[in-house]
Ligand binder design. Structure first.
Ligand SMILES: CC(C)(COP(=O)(O)OP(=O)(O)OC[C@H]1O[C@@H](n2cnc3c(N)ncnc32)[C@H](O)[C@@H]1OP(=O)(O)O)[C@@H](O)C(=O)NCCC(=O)NCCS
Length: 186
């Protein structure tokens, strides 16, 4: 894995026209049933995570114009329990793009399937997808073009998360290399 942005075989983003956020924004809706519950009777977190990954994957594929794989999923927050009979809406959009990767932001909302009360937010997550070619190698993605002030804020926040992800990974790799050089073993 490389942390540097380089113009490699799969091309540079400079060659690709940008795409607005709204071009790939997607909502996936699903009614929760008894098959989705955990032992406590509420909906299993893994069921929600699968929907989040599905919605984010659709967005990443639409934005990048081809296959994209989940590279990481972080800050998955479960804010409220989800129950059988809830209609869950998973809303996803590209927040930020690098050379071959995209951060997709996801909000999870739930409402009773047969009531008209407004939906409440029950979760959120940030995922990084890498666009890949037919051989599974990273390929360049179109730069995302934020359209609203909210899109712009999300873009700037995603850059902060990107910086922290890279810094954390670098710090851990340096620690491991230092321990190996000191002859320490796990
Ligand atoms: C994701 C994957 C394609 C990255 O391949 P790689 O050889 O490490 O390639 P790179 O280091 O060039 O990374 C590609 C991009 O992904 C980003 N990336 C890779 N791993 C990442 C991680 N864990 N978190 C955040 N970003 C990551 C890189 O920063 C880079 O972004 P950039 O080009 O915008 O700067 C590769 O690790 C893979 O195929 N993983 C399996 C994915 C999969 O199968 N997911 C489904 C779950 S089963």
């Amino acid at each position: 894995m490389t942390d540097q942005v380089t113009a490699a075989d799969s091309g540079s983003t400079q060659d690709i026209p940008g795409k607005p956020t709204s071009a790939s924004r997607t909502t996936l809706s699903h009614i929760m049933t008894h098959a989705d519950t955990n032992l406590l009777g509420t909906v299993h977190g893994g069921v929600i995570m699968k929907l989040v990954d599905d919605a984010a994957g659709a967005v990443a594929g639409r934005h990048s114009g081809g296959p994209a794989v989940t590279a990481s999923m972080d800050e998955m927050a479960f804010l409220e329990p989800v129950r059988v009979g809830d209609l869950v809406h998973v809303k996803a959009q590209v927040n930020w793009t690098g050379r071959t990767s995209m951060e997709v932001g996801v909000r999870v909302l739930a409402e009773r399937w047969n009531e008209s009360a407004p939906a409440t937010q029950v979760g959120s997550a940030y995922l990084v997808f890498a666009a890949v070619d037919a051989d599974g190698r990273p390929r360049a993605v179109p730069p995302v073009l934020p359209e609203t002030e909210r899109d712009e804020r999300r873009y700037q926040e995603a850059q902060i998360r990107r910086t922290h992800r890279l810094a954390r990974r670098r710090a851990i790799m340096e620690l491991r290399e230092r321990r190996i050089s000191e002859g320490l073993e796990d």
